[in-house]
Design a protein around this ligand. Structure first.
Ligand code: ZN
Length: 301
């Protein structure tokens, strides 16, 4: 049996999936993410070994791991992970040692991009730009099925580029945890949308959308500003790589109005007409990360 195993290492939950060569799910399981580095290594190794034992796998399967951060090609160590205990650690090497095989580690937005381009919303499109709009904001680029991680492995790090065409009121933008001001993440993430809404109620995407639908003008305003900023941000990436399809994942991608409003707003900012570009909701939802991690050993990575 020729399985591929994917691990999505989240801040609170760690998920494992085992995919058949044709992409069918053979096993899928979630466990809590420990808050200490060695315990995380033990948890991942245990999930992999248990899965292989249960499926009767005799030969070690390739393992890919998606993390909310990346491995620095200069140092080989994890950087920019919001699961802090991972930072400064050689996660791929330590997991390889524990599991007795090579392990590939990549950013969770890259995993979303791989998964959605392979058999999700972006399937059949040559150039796919995928975005996570959630607690954080990230991006990933896949061209002809191949992930463009970049020379320094910062390819697609769209969330930490500045909001384009800032108004005087927006400039210089909130300070980001990365140390800069005005990163897209500080305008487009879930907490930023919630902070922009001055009303009372359930402060997640569905709550703010419901408030707007019920006539709350402050909720409507916050959603309008968010959509306009997202359009500017996607226009800038379109001017650079002009993707065939843009796929939105993460909690905010469930806001249905984005797929109607944002493409029209983008027309104002893109240097050319963009009526052919598709803006699509991630097909695999919350599972995109773990499916993409299992695909880190696919062609050309
Ligand atoms: Zn930033």
């Amino acid at each position: 049996m020729d399985l591929r195993i994917g691990i999505d290492l989240g801040g609170t939950k760690t998920e494992i999936v085992a995919l058949s060569p044709t992409g069918e799910v053979r096993l899928r399981r979630r466990a809590a993410t420990p808050q200490e580095y060695d315990a995380i290594l033990d948890r991942i190794a245990g999930l992999v070994r248990d899965a292989e034992a249960e499926l009767g796998v005799m030969v070690p399967s390739p393992v890919g791991v998606g993390i909310p951060g990346s491995l620095s090609p200069a140092t080989g160590l994890v950087r920019n992970a919001n699961t802090q205990c991972l930072n400064g650690r050689p996660l791929d090497v330590d997991l390889s040692t524990r599991l007795g095989r090579a392990v590939r580690v990549s950013n969770d937005a890259n995993c979303l991009a791989l998964s959605e381009a392979a058999n999700g919303a972006g399937a059949g499109h040559a150039v796919v730009f995928s975005v996570i709009l959630g607690t954080g904001v990230g991006g990933g680029i896949v061209v002809d099925g191949r992930l463009i991680e970049g020379y320094n492995k910062v390819g697609g790090e769209w969330g930490h580029t500045p909001l384009p065409w800032m108004t005087p009121e927006e400039y210089p933008g909130p300070r980001c945890w990365c140390g800069l001001h005005g990163c897209l993440e500080t305008f487009l993430c879930g907490p930023a949308l919630a902070a922009d809404w001055k009303g009372q109620g359930q402060r997640d995407a569905s709550g703010i959308v419901a408030a707007a639908a019920a006539g709350d003008e402050t909720a409507r305003g916050a959603l309008d500003r968010h959509a306009d900023r997202l359009a500017r941000a996607l226009a800038a990436i379109t001017n650079l790589i002009d993707p065939d399809a843009i796929v939105l994942g993460g909690g905010l991608s469930n806001m249905a109005h984005l797929y109607d409003v944002v493409p029209r707003l983008m027309e104002r900012w893109v240097f050319g007409d963009v009526g052919r570009t598709r803006l699509l909701r991630a097909k695999h939802g919350d599972s995109s990360g773990v499916f993409g991690a299992a695909r880190l050993w696919d062609k050309g990575w």
